[in-house]
Design a binder for this molecule. Structure first.
Ligand SMILES: CC(C)C[C@H](C(=O)NO)C(=O)N[C@@H](CC(N)=O)C(=O)NCc1cccc(N)c1
Ligand SMILES: [Zn+2]
Length: 158
């Protein structure tokens, strides 16, 4: 698995979904990054209007990366493994019902999963893992990173 060669990484929120308040999107991103910085030596700094290692955006159908989105449900988002350019970037399907609660798809949970990919994790076959291929809701206030995911990320970043 490729990994970031630096522990201090930057991130940028390129655009916002109209389905949520900006502050709630910012908070979901911050919380999702904390899930991973809590168990690794990684730190994340937000930058605006300039290059960043991890660029988070909401995209619609064909968005020029050869992986067009498919409308509501199905593919919810995708992320690129660590690397230059598009490496580490996270694309969220704008046609999903993004929420801060249990309705539709919880933005925090999906972001946390995608950021696992951005840091170098693949899918897990542990049904309780955050990196399991399919979504399941957990109240963000009660979310704790499952051991399988901790083992996975610490195998890469120690
Ligand atoms: C082949 C991949 C591009 C599928 C894509 C994915 O895994 N993105 O990371 C995806 O959106 N998978 C859906 C499942 C599906 N219908 O294909 C998903 O729920 N992934 C996000 C997710 C979110 C939170 C937790 C978990 N376990 C999974
Ligand atoms: Zn995934």
């Amino acid at each position: 698995n490729p990994k970031w060669k630096r522990n201090h990484l930057t991130y940028r929120i390129l655009n916002y979904t109209p389905k949520m308040r900006r502050a709630d999107v910012d908070e979901a991103v911050r919380k999702a990054l904390h899930v991973w910085s809590n168990v690794t030596p990684l730190t994340f700094q937000r930058v605006e209007n300039k290059e960043a290692d991890i660029v988070i955006s909401f995209a619609y159908r064909d968005h020029r990366d050869n992986s067009p989105f498919d409308g509501p449900n199905g593919q919810l988002a995708h992320a690129f493994q660590p690397g230059e350019g598009i490496g580490g970037d996270v694309h969220m399907d704008e046609e999903e019902e993004w929420t801060r609660d249990g309705r539709g798809y919880n933005l925090f949970i999906v972001l946390a999963h995608e950021l696992g990919h951005s840091l170098g994790l693949s899918h897990s076959n542990d049904p309780g893992a955050l990196m399991y291929p399919t979504y399941s809701y957990t109240d963000p206030n009660e979310f704790h990173l499952p051991q399988d995911d901790i083992n996975g990320i610490q195998a890469i970043y120690g």
